[in-house]
Design a protein around this ligand. Structure first.
Ligand code: ZN
Length: 150
């Protein structure tokens, strides 16, 4: 793998230019190099950094695009976004952790609507019960009135 000394991304062996930034300042990557992992929102970056700490992955977190908004028209990029770098010999381990974390988040997002549906069903059940009780009270009131009149 080749390391870009401009943006710290790794490119495939034999690349003429960096696959991330197009720079020609490439050299063979060393195990101790901090290489670019990915961009993450401030929140995700915080979660990932505690995950990296937990698993002993050496990482660096810097403001994405040095804190400047890279493109005003790219609404995906926030000025608070972080760029995450990990030491090259732990790059694969870091990617595995990120993938596992993303899967967990996706699963959590999937189970949420079910809970909402349950709450909705409960509300409907309560409403139905309330309706039944009101109906019984109405019948009781009517029969009481009928006995009074009669
Ligand atoms: Zn580059």
């Amino acid at each position: 793998m080749l390391y870009c000394t401009k943006c710290r991304a790794v490119s495939a062996e034999g690349s003429r230019a960096c696959s991330a930034c197009g720079s020609h300042r490439l050299r063979p990557v060393k195990n101790g190099d901090f290489v670019y992992l990915q961009r993450a929102s401030e929140y995700v970056a915080g979660e990932l950094s505690s995950l990296f700490q937990e698993y002993g992955i050496r990482y660096e977190m810097l403001p994405y695009g040095k804190g400047r908004v890279v493109s005003l028209y790219d609404m995906e990029v926030m000025p608070t976004d972080k760029a995450l770098y990990v030491v090259y010999d732990q790059l694969e381990a870091a990617r595995t952790l990120v993938a596992a974390h993303e899967k967990l988040e996706a699963d959590a997002a999937e189970t949420q609507p079910e809970e909402e549906e349950e709450a909705f069903n409960l509300r409907r059940a309560i409403a139905a019960c309330g309706g039944a009780i009101a109906f019984i009270l109405f019948i009781m009131l009517m029969s009481w009135l009928v006995t009074r009149i009669g």
